[in-house]
Design a protein around this ligand. Structure first.
Ligand SMILES: [Zn+2]
Length: 223
Protein backbone atom coordinates (compact mmCIF):
# COMPACT_ATOMS: atom_id res chain seq x y z
CA UNK A 1 0.00 0.00 0.00
CA UNK A 2 1.18 3.50 -0.80
CA UNK A 3 0.85 6.10 2.00
CA UNK A 4 0.74 9.76 1.03
CA UNK A 5 2.73 12.25 3.12
CA UNK A 6 1.90 15.95 2.55
CA UNK A 7 4.42 18.65 3.36
CA UNK A 8 5.12 22.29 2.51
CA UNK A 9 2.15 23.88 0.73
CA UNK A 10 1.66 21.28 -1.98
CA UNK A 11 4.47 18.66 -1.91
CA UNK A 12 3.92 14.93 -1.64
CA UNK A 13 6.29 12.22 -0.43
CA UNK A 14 5.22 8.58 -0.35
CA UNK A 15 5.92 5.59 1.85
CA UNK A 16 5.39 1.98 0.86
CA UNK A 17 5.66 -0.90 3.31
CA UNK A 18 5.47 -4.36 1.81
CA UNK A 19 7.11 -7.77 2.12
CA UNK A 20 10.39 -6.35 0.77
CA UNK A 21 10.72 -3.57 3.34
CA UNK A 22 9.81 0.08 3.89
CA UNK A 23 10.40 2.43 1.02
CA UNK A 24 10.29 6.23 1.07
CA UNK A 25 10.11 8.45 -1.99
CA UNK A 26 11.43 12.03 -1.83
CA UNK A 27 12.22 13.97 1.31
CA UNK A 28 12.02 17.73 1.02
CA UNK A 29 11.05 18.39 4.63
CA UNK A 30 12.47 15.88 7.06
CA UNK A 31 10.51 17.16 10.10
CA UNK A 32 7.10 16.57 8.55
CA UNK A 33 8.15 13.24 7.06
CA UNK A 34 9.89 11.91 10.18
CA UNK A 35 6.79 12.77 12.23
CA UNK A 36 4.62 10.66 9.95
CA UNK A 37 7.13 7.79 9.89
CA UNK A 38 7.29 7.76 13.69
CA UNK A 39 3.54 7.95 14.00
CA UNK A 40 3.13 4.97 11.65
CA UNK A 41 6.10 3.17 13.28
CA UNK A 42 7.89 2.93 9.94
CA UNK A 43 11.69 2.60 9.77
CA UNK A 44 12.51 3.23 6.12
CA UNK A 45 15.06 0.87 4.54
CA UNK A 46 15.52 2.96 1.43
CA UNK A 47 14.90 6.51 0.22
CA UNK A 48 14.44 7.14 -3.50
CA UNK A 49 14.99 10.73 -4.70
CA UNK A 50 13.37 11.85 -7.94
CA UNK A 51 15.64 14.90 -8.38
CA UNK A 52 17.65 17.40 -6.40
CA UNK A 53 15.31 20.38 -6.07
CA UNK A 54 15.24 21.42 -2.43
CA UNK A 55 11.54 20.68 -1.98
CA UNK A 56 12.22 17.03 -2.92
CA UNK A 57 15.69 16.35 -1.53
CA UNK A 58 16.37 19.08 1.05
CA UNK A 59 15.62 16.85 4.04
CA UNK A 60 17.99 13.99 3.28
CA UNK A 61 20.75 14.84 5.75
CA UNK A 62 18.37 15.18 8.68
CA UNK A 63 16.55 12.00 7.66
CA UNK A 64 19.90 10.18 7.72
CA UNK A 65 20.46 11.41 11.27
CA UNK A 66 17.18 9.78 12.32
CA UNK A 67 17.69 6.62 10.24
CA UNK A 68 21.45 6.10 9.86
CA UNK A 69 21.03 2.73 8.11
CA UNK A 70 18.91 4.09 5.30
CA UNK A 71 20.03 3.43 1.72
CA UNK A 72 19.63 6.45 -0.60
CA UNK A 73 19.03 5.91 -4.29
CA UNK A 74 19.11 9.06 -6.42
CA UNK A 75 19.86 10.10 -10.00
CA UNK A 76 23.51 10.17 -8.88
CA UNK A 77 23.53 6.48 -7.84
CA UNK A 78 25.57 4.03 -9.88
CA UNK A 79 24.01 1.40 -12.14
CA UNK A 80 25.23 -1.23 -9.64
CA UNK A 81 23.56 0.51 -6.67
CA UNK A 82 20.31 0.95 -8.59
CA UNK A 83 20.39 -2.68 -9.75
CA UNK A 84 21.02 -4.03 -6.23
CA UNK A 85 18.17 -1.89 -4.86
CA UNK A 86 15.88 -3.07 -7.68
CA UNK A 87 16.56 -6.72 -6.81
CA UNK A 88 15.89 -6.07 -3.14
CA UNK A 89 12.98 -3.64 -3.24
CA UNK A 90 11.33 -4.29 -6.61
CA UNK A 91 11.55 -0.68 -7.80
CA UNK A 92 12.43 0.08 -11.40
CA UNK A 93 14.20 3.42 -11.82
CA UNK A 94 13.17 5.18 -15.03
CA UNK A 95 15.34 8.07 -16.22
CA UNK A 96 12.95 10.87 -17.22
CA UNK A 97 15.00 13.91 -18.26
CA UNK A 98 13.02 17.12 -18.84
CA UNK A 99 12.02 18.89 -15.64
CA UNK A 100 15.72 18.55 -14.76
CA UNK A 101 18.33 16.74 -16.84
CA UNK A 102 18.72 13.97 -14.27
CA UNK A 103 15.14 13.47 -13.08
CA UNK A 104 14.02 9.90 -12.33
CA UNK A 105 10.61 8.28 -11.83
CA UNK A 106 10.03 5.03 -9.98
CA UNK A 107 7.83 2.15 -11.08
CA UNK A 108 6.77 -0.47 -8.56
CA UNK A 109 4.99 -3.26 -10.47
CA UNK A 110 3.87 -5.08 -7.29
CA UNK A 111 1.99 -1.98 -6.16
CA UNK A 112 0.92 -0.97 -9.68
CA UNK A 113 2.40 2.40 -8.77
CA UNK A 114 4.41 5.06 -10.54
CA UNK A 115 6.09 7.67 -8.35
CA UNK A 116 6.31 10.45 -10.91
CA UNK A 117 8.11 13.30 -9.08
CA UNK A 118 7.94 16.53 -11.08
CA UNK A 119 7.67 14.76 -14.45
CA UNK A 120 3.98 13.81 -14.62
CA UNK A 121 1.19 15.48 -12.64
CA UNK A 122 -2.54 14.90 -12.59
CA UNK A 123 -3.74 17.05 -15.46
CA UNK A 124 -0.29 18.26 -16.50
CA UNK A 125 3.45 17.86 -16.29
CA UNK A 126 6.40 19.63 -14.70
CA UNK A 127 8.07 22.76 -16.00
CA UNK A 128 10.90 22.10 -18.41
CA UNK A 129 13.76 23.68 -16.43
CA UNK A 130 16.34 21.70 -18.43
CA UNK A 131 15.17 23.39 -21.66
CA UNK A 132 15.18 19.91 -23.25
CA UNK A 133 11.58 19.84 -24.44
CA UNK A 134 12.05 16.90 -26.80
CA UNK A 135 13.69 14.81 -24.09
CA UNK A 136 10.82 15.72 -21.76
CA UNK A 137 8.22 14.65 -24.33
CA UNK A 138 10.10 11.39 -24.90
CA UNK A 139 10.21 10.74 -21.13
CA UNK A 140 6.43 11.18 -20.94
CA UNK A 141 5.96 8.96 -23.99
CA UNK A 142 7.87 6.17 -22.23
CA UNK A 143 5.80 6.57 -19.04
CA UNK A 144 2.66 6.29 -21.19
CA UNK A 145 3.75 2.77 -22.14
CA UNK A 146 3.36 1.50 -18.57
CA UNK A 147 0.21 -0.58 -17.94
CA UNK A 148 -2.93 1.58 -18.15
CA UNK A 149 -4.03 0.61 -14.62
CA UNK A 150 -0.79 1.94 -13.07
CA UNK A 151 -1.62 4.54 -10.42
CA UNK A 152 0.29 7.82 -10.52
CA UNK A 153 1.76 9.36 -7.36
CA UNK A 154 3.04 12.84 -8.28
CA UNK A 155 5.38 15.17 -6.41
CA UNK A 156 2.89 18.02 -6.06
CA UNK A 157 -0.81 18.75 -5.66
CA UNK A 158 -1.31 20.85 -8.80
CA UNK A 159 -4.61 19.48 -10.05
CA UNK A 160 -6.65 22.65 -9.44
CA UNK A 161 -4.30 24.81 -11.51
CA UNK A 162 -3.84 22.16 -14.21
CA UNK A 163 -7.60 21.75 -14.40
CA UNK A 164 -8.08 25.50 -14.94
CA UNK A 165 -5.61 25.37 -17.82
CA UNK A 166 -7.27 22.36 -19.45
CA UNK A 167 -10.66 24.05 -19.14
CA UNK A 168 -9.28 27.13 -20.85
CA UNK A 169 -8.11 24.78 -23.64
CA UNK A 170 -11.69 23.45 -23.88
CA UNK A 171 -10.74 20.06 -22.51
CA UNK A 172 -13.60 18.41 -20.66
CA UNK A 173 -12.37 16.75 -17.49
CA UNK A 174 -15.26 15.53 -15.33
CA UNK A 175 -13.03 13.09 -13.42
CA UNK A 176 -10.77 15.94 -12.32
CA UNK A 177 -13.77 18.06 -11.35
CA UNK A 178 -15.14 15.23 -9.23
CA UNK A 179 -11.80 14.51 -7.57
CA UNK A 180 -11.27 18.19 -6.76
CA UNK A 181 -14.65 18.21 -5.02
CA UNK A 182 -14.31 14.86 -3.22
CA UNK A 183 -10.74 13.84 -2.52
CA UNK A 184 -8.33 14.86 0.22
CA UNK A 185 -5.40 14.38 -2.19
CA UNK A 186 -7.12 14.87 -5.56
CA UNK A 187 -3.98 14.30 -7.66
CA UNK A 188 -2.97 11.06 -5.99
CA UNK A 189 -3.73 7.69 -7.56
CA UNK A 190 -5.23 8.58 -10.94
CA UNK A 191 -4.45 5.82 -13.41
CA UNK A 192 -2.23 6.23 -16.47
CA UNK A 193 -5.12 5.18 -18.74
CA UNK A 194 -7.31 8.00 -17.39
CA UNK A 195 -4.51 10.56 -17.64
CA UNK A 196 -3.98 9.62 -21.28
CA UNK A 197 -7.60 10.48 -21.97
CA UNK A 198 -7.77 13.66 -19.89
CA UNK A 199 -4.30 15.21 -19.72
CA UNK A 200 -3.64 16.98 -23.00
CA UNK A 201 0.08 17.46 -22.34
CA UNK A 202 0.64 13.80 -21.48
CA UNK A 203 -1.53 12.66 -24.40
CA UNK A 204 0.28 14.75 -27.00
CA UNK A 205 3.67 13.43 -25.82
CA UNK A 206 2.34 9.84 -25.70
CA UNK A 207 1.08 10.15 -29.27
CA UNK A 208 4.48 11.39 -30.43
CA UNK A 209 3.07 14.84 -31.28
CA UNK A 210 6.05 16.59 -29.75
CA UNK A 211 5.34 19.95 -31.47
CA UNK A 212 1.92 20.05 -29.81
CA UNK A 213 3.47 19.07 -26.48
CA UNK A 214 5.99 21.94 -26.70
CA UNK A 215 3.27 24.41 -27.73
CA UNK A 216 1.10 23.43 -24.75
CA UNK A 217 3.98 23.35 -22.26
CA UNK A 218 5.08 26.86 -23.30
CA UNK A 219 1.48 28.10 -23.16
CA UNK A 220 1.06 26.65 -19.65
CA UNK A 221 4.22 28.49 -18.54
CA UNK A 222 2.46 31.78 -19.40
CA UNK A 223 -0.95 30.77 -18.05
ZN1 LIG B 1 11.38 20.07 -9.09
Amino acid sequence: MVSTISYNDDNYAYAITNSRGSLLFDCGDSDAIVDVLHEKKITPDVLYLSHFHRDHAGGVEKLRECFPEIIVISPKSSIQEIGAAEDRFGVTVIATPGHTVDHCCFYIPEERALISGDTLFAGGCGRCFSGEFLLFADSLKRLAQLPAETKIYPGHEYLASNYRFLKAMNELSPLYEQRLADELHPSVGIEIGAELLLNQLFRSAAQGDFDEFIRLRKMKDQF
